[in-house]
Design a binder for this molecule. Structure first.
Ligand code: RIB
Length: 280
């Protein structure tokens, strides 16, 4: 039997499905659409612009009714403009702050960065290391700038802060940079590390263990996101309401499908500090 005609299909683009942040996000979307006669096609773009474009084209050809886009796209992106021309609604979230057309779910990164800095200043031991991505989406730029501004406000001199970079937000990249940090600070008996997300922080824990250092006695470690693993690894982090963001994105898209002319909606979410054993 064919689907009832009112059944809709949406496309969901995420940059890295193996990162539980995006898995949780999709769960929130799914939870909502399950009861709303909407199906989803999920694609993971590997943070690759060409793949994002190709998937968008394919899904447009398949006549999907709308999109939820968590993969970073420039606000001038030709594909976003194509969606606008074709009146295909989309909701942007997380890594897309610039676009001023589509409905949007954003997170208060300013608040998140300040909470990170406040906590680092309170628990810090030895030098502070910030592990940040080489390529930064605008939300992550805001987050990192707020961390730096917050540390300065807490009178932590720039000379006591060291930057390390990861090529992408994966556990593998986290372990690689962690090994480098452990080698560079081998003789140091106290260290404080903040990683830009939990995936990278989890990767770093492996390098810390391999260097036979103790968390938190020797190394205090903090992440960002509060994905499922953070709780089980006792990782201090910043909680982003990830599943709720997915839920709200799906709700905004559904409402937009029903009322294409309503005012543009932007929902801003707060974050909070979750203090666990890794910074005790
Ligand atoms: O884990 C993925 C990270 O990149 C999160 O911090 C999220 O906000 C995204 O931009």
């Amino acid at each position: 039997t064919r689907l009832a005609t009112q059944q809709r299909t949406i496309g969901v683009l995420v940059p890295q499905i193996q990162n539980p942040f995006f898995g949780n996000l999709f769960r929130g979307i799914q939870d909502y659409i399950y009861n709303e006669a909407i199906d989803a096609i999920l694609v993971s773009t590997d943070s690759d612009q060409r793949k994002a474009h190709r998937y968008l084209e394919h899904l447009i050809q398949r006549s999907v009714d709308g999109f939820i886009i968590a993969t970073q796209l420039d606000s001038q992106d030709p594909l976003l403009q194509k969606l606008q021309r074709m009146h295909i609604p989309y909701v942007l979230l997380d890594q897309n702050e610039g676009d001023e057309v589509g409905d949007q779910i954003i997170v208060n990164e300013q608040q998140g960065g300040h909470l990170v800095a406040e906590h680092l200043a309170a628990v810090k031991q030895g030098p502070i290391i910030l592990v940040v991505p080489q390529q930064q989406s605008s939300n992550i730029q805001t987050r990192i700038a707020a961390v730096r501004a917050g540390l300065a406000q807490h009178q932590i001199p720039a000379a006591a802060i060291y930057d390390y970079q990861v090529a992408d937000l994966t556990k593998l990249a986290g372990t690689a940079v962690g090994k480098q940090i452990m080698a560079d600070f081998a003789g140091v008996s106290a260290l404080t590390i903040w990683a830009v997300d939990d995936e990278v922080a989890i990767g770093i824990t492996k390098a810390i263990q391999q260097a036979h250092k103790q968390i938190p006695a020797t190394v205090k470690l903090m992440g960002y996101d509060d994905t499922d693993y953070a709780e089980y690894l006792n990782l201090t982090t910043i909680h982003q309401p990830i599943t709720t963001m997915g839920h709200k994105a799906a709700e905004l898209l559904k409402e937009r499908l029903e009322d294409p002319t309503r005012l543009r909606q932007v929902i801003i979410n707060d974050v909070k500090l979750i203090q666990r054993g890794s910074t005790k």
